[in-house]
Structures are given as structure tokens and as C-alpha cells.
Design a protein. Structure first.
Length: 271
């Protein structure tokens, strides 16, 4: 199931700048019973990216497309790609552009329930994230760092991989954001230099604030991660997975992780 600019389609023009240069952004949206979850957060992040890329952004038209697509999909994953549209050869973007939207649908991933209950192991990825503040936080179309990182392991015992930047700071997991708990304080890495500001990350930060939990967004070293009391990863498709192991370090599934899991479990029923 795929739509281009709101109409069923099976391909893209070869001159699309998203295909040629990765000149665009995307969102991966969980759809349950015809309703897209965390839609406002997805659209807000997309709007920020379009503002930074100087791509025109019609939020109302895009919302209507997503709602119509979700009603047909019913339950699954809607991937929204927004590109700058067609362009001539060369890096320079056209002064006037006509953005293109692509929506594709897929079944929800069948993650093992033990990942949420017992927790997951992280693979220590060697691939590092480049530090580029101009792209930091955005879910842009160039995901080659994540492709390389995910290709590092094939053992199904590892559910995710830990990624650091070129200076060695903890940033995120390959397709998730990361949190730690340190003496009762919730911490997540700063994404000022690189990384994706996930919508579930934002949801968790907001719910933690509303619940009065102490929290910090800051730089995190590997040593600080290894010394944490609790660790978990999150994204908009699966919610929260406790991290139980990274190499020789083993963590329990702690009380703050469980509390946050309960706080985000009601998303589908309240979207």
C-alpha cells in the first residue's frame, strides 16, 4: 500500500531529490484502529525539519493525508516521506520547490513480548555518529550510519545497538532513544550535535515532568551509562524496552522504568 501526493502509486520520478540526495525527511507512525498515534508530535518534528531545510510545509493538508491513509491501513505502520520534490542535477536546491509526499503502509512489527518485560541486550556498535548540529534532532532521509551500525550484528540475542558520536558520547540506539536512571534522576543524552529527537522520547519527557520526576537532558559518557541504576530504550512503535545487558554489565528492570512503561501504555486508547 503506497500513496504519492495523496494518490495510490507504485513509483517515484527519477528526478526526485529525496532519491538523488536524501533531500527530505520522514516519520514512522504507529496506526491502531485507523488512528495515527502521537500524530501532533510527528507533525511538529516534521515541521521543524522543513523549517530548517526551507521546504514548504502545509500541516493541514498533510494531516488530512495521514488521517485518510490511516483509515485505509486500519492497523500497521505508516511511513511518511516528505522530499523537496523534483530538481535538476547538482546539489543546489531549486529556489522554488514543490514538495512531494510518499506514504507507505506495513504490518506492525511482531516484537517478542519478553523485550518489554524481561528486557533486551544492546550490541556495542563500532559505527559512530557524525557530529553535525545542522541536522541534529531531525529524522532526515540519510540513515546510512544506522544502516552500517545495524549491519554489525546478526545474532537475534541483541535487540538493539548502542551508538556513540565521534567524540565517544552516548547518543542513542540504532532505531531508538536511550534513557538512564541515576540515583532516582531520569537522564537522556543531549541531541544538540547529532541523533534523532524521537517522538516517544518527547512523550516520556513530558510525562515525567507531569509526574514530578527529576530529569536532565545532558551529555552522557559510556562510564556514566555503565554506572547507571536503570537503562531503557524507547521508540514510537514499541514504547519502552528495559535494557538488561551491555557486554558484561547487567541491569535490573528498575521501578522508574516500570512506572514510565505504565504511563505510556495507554497511548493507543487515548490517541
Amino acid at each position: 500500500m503506497s500513496w504519492v501526493d495523496g494518490q495510490p502509486a507504485n513509483g517515484l520520478p527519477v528526478h526526485d531529490r529525496g532519491f538523488a540526495y536524501g533531500d527530505g525527511l520522514f516519520e514512522t507512525i504507529k496506526v491502531v484502529n485507523g488512528r495515527p498515534e502521537l500524530l501532533d508530535r510527528h507533525l511538529n518534528r516534521l515541521g521543524l525539519g522543513c523549517q530548517r531545510f526551507a521546504i514548504p510545509f502545509d500541516v493541514d493538508a498533510l494531516r488530512s493525508q495521514i488521517m485518510a491513509f490511516s483509515a485505509v491501513l486500519e492497523t500497521g505502520v505508516a511511513k511518511l516521506i516528505l522530499t523537496r520534490g523534483d530538481g535538476l542535477r547538482g546539489y543546489g536546491p531549486p529556489l522554488a520547490c514543490r514538495p512531494r509526499t510518499v506514504l507507505t503502509g506495513a504490518p506492525l512489527p511482531a516484537y517478542a513480548p519478553e523485550r518489554s518485560t524481561v528486557g533486551v541486550r544492546l550490541y556495542p556498535c563500532k559505527t559512530r555518529l557524525a557530529e553535525q548540529p545542522a541536522l541534529a534532532g531531525l529524522k532526515h532521509l540519510n540513515r546510512l550510519e544506522q544502516v552500517l551500525a545495524r549491519a554489525e550484528w546478526h545474532d537475534p540475542a541483541f535487540a538493539e545497538g548502542l551508538m556513540r558520536d565521534t567524540s565517544g558520547r552516548i547518543v542513542e540506539a540504532v532505531f531508538s532513544n536511550l534513557f538512564i536512571v541515576e540515583t532516582g534522576v531520569l537522564l537522556t543524552p543531549s541531541l544538540e550535535r547529532c541523533g534523532v529527537a524521537g517522538v516517544m522520547r518527547e512523550e516520556i519527557l513530558d510525562r515525567a515532568r507531569q509526574a514530578g520526576m527529576p530529569l536532565q537532558v545532558c551529555d552522557l559518557s559510556l562510564e556514566r551509562l555503565l554506572g547507571a541504576d536503570e537503562v531503557f530504550v524507547c521508540n514510537s512503535l514499541y514504547g519502552i524496552w528495559p535494557v538488561r545487558q551491555l557486554e558484561a554489565r547487567v541491569w535490573p528492570v528498575g521501578p522508574l522504568t516500570r512506572k514510565l512503561q505504565r504511563l505510556v501504555d495507554d497511548l493507543s486508547s487515548n490517541t
